[in-house]
Design a protein around this ligand. Structure first.
Ligand SMILES: Nc1ncnc2c1ncn2[C@@H]1O[C@H](COP(=O)(O)OP(=O)(O)O)[C@@H](O)[C@H]1O
Ligand SMILES: [Mg+2]
Length: 282
């Protein structure tokens, strides 16, 4: 598979405070990578640096597939964007259209095919009926779909989501993860999904990037699960849970999908829920 993003020796600081140390990894086209790590571990900083929003002290970020010259072909959902202002005036359609307008040079005009693209993504994310609604009047889950539609409408090669589900309740969260997974599978969009939720991220992603100001792990779950270094770092039990989640997804897709729609992410981190999920796995 071709490399779509290559990062080498990346160092990033805020003032004199170094947050990312010597980060290096390769992302292949079609990968679905979970970027995980504790609060303050530098996940958002990494993402913003990749997007060119924060300068690096040193290191290289190289995009393949022509993306170097077209960074707007990277879709981005920033951390916590949900509005509780029910009077926020923008309509769903207008917000999604903005995803196309930002890519245009002057004059910024929408053509017929742009309208078709907007309709297509609204349809794909099952929010066509909300088209003329004001975003401030929608639920958190609906708003997040609208923002996903805005990020996707320009048909990005890479989609980067920063904790997109942290404000959503567990059922909606699970639906959202499944929607992202479907974009990855149907459209071959490369996905970087930031989450502090190591318990459930393994169900959806095929690679893990574990950050704690340095790169603790990057690779697929098989390597993670067989790594003695990772047993030493996380402890056997945590490593096992992270692996189990991923394995359950691989071998018993539909059961886990059904089950996760009713269990909370916090639950998933406990033995109790592992047993319940396991019980479903006939
Ligand atoms: N704009 C900023 N200015 C100074 N320090 C920051 C800024 N943003 C984040 N930090 C610090 O950088 C570290 C990493 O933050 P962040 O990348 O947001 O972590 P995460 O997304 O993993 O929670 C934290 O110690 C945070 O306090
Ligand atoms: Mg963050």
């Amino acid at each position: 598979m071709e490399t779509i993003l290559k990062v080498e020796n990346l160092n990033v600081s805020y003032g004199r405070h170094r947050v990312l140390n010597d980060i290096a990894f390769d992302i292949k086209k079609g990968d679905y990578v979970g970027i995980v790590g504790p609060n303050g571990s530098g996940k958002s900083t990494l993402v913003k640096t990749l997007l060119g929003l924060i300068p690096a002290d040193s290191g290289k970020i190289h995009f393949g597939n022509g993306l170097e010259l077209a960074r707007h072909k990277i879709g981005y959902l920033p951390q916590v964007a949900i509005t509780t202002d029910s009077l926020f005036p923008a309509k769903v359609r207008e917000i999604v259209e903005m995803g196309l307008l930002v890519q245009k040079k002057f004059p910024k005009i929408l053509h017929k095919e742009d309208k078709t693209k907007v309709n297509r993504i609204l349809d794909e994310l099952s929010i066509s009926d909300l088209k003329e609604e004001k975003i401030g009047q929608l639920s958190g889950g609906q708003q997040q779909r609208v923002l996903l539609a805005r990020a996707m409408v320009g048909e990005p090669e890479i989609l980067i989501l920063d904790e997109p589900t942290s404000a959503l309740d567990p059922k909606i969260r699970s639906e959202f993860y499944q929607m992202i997974q479907s974009l990855n599978q149907k459209r071959q969009v490369t996905i970087l999904l930031v989450s502090h939720d190591i318990g459930s991220i393994g169900q959806y992603t095929n690679k893990m990037l574990y950050l704690d100001q340095r790169l603790v792990f990057f690779g697929d779950y098989k390597d993670f699960c067989h790594s003695n270094d990772m047993t030493d770092y996380f402890g056997f039990e945590t490593q096992h849970k992270m692996c189990w989640q991923h394995g359950a997804h691989d071998h018993n897709h539909s059961h886990v999908k059904l089950k996760t729609s009713t269990s909370s992410v916090e639950d998933v981190n406990t033995d109790q829920s592992l047993k319940v999920v396991g019980g479903e796995k006939v």
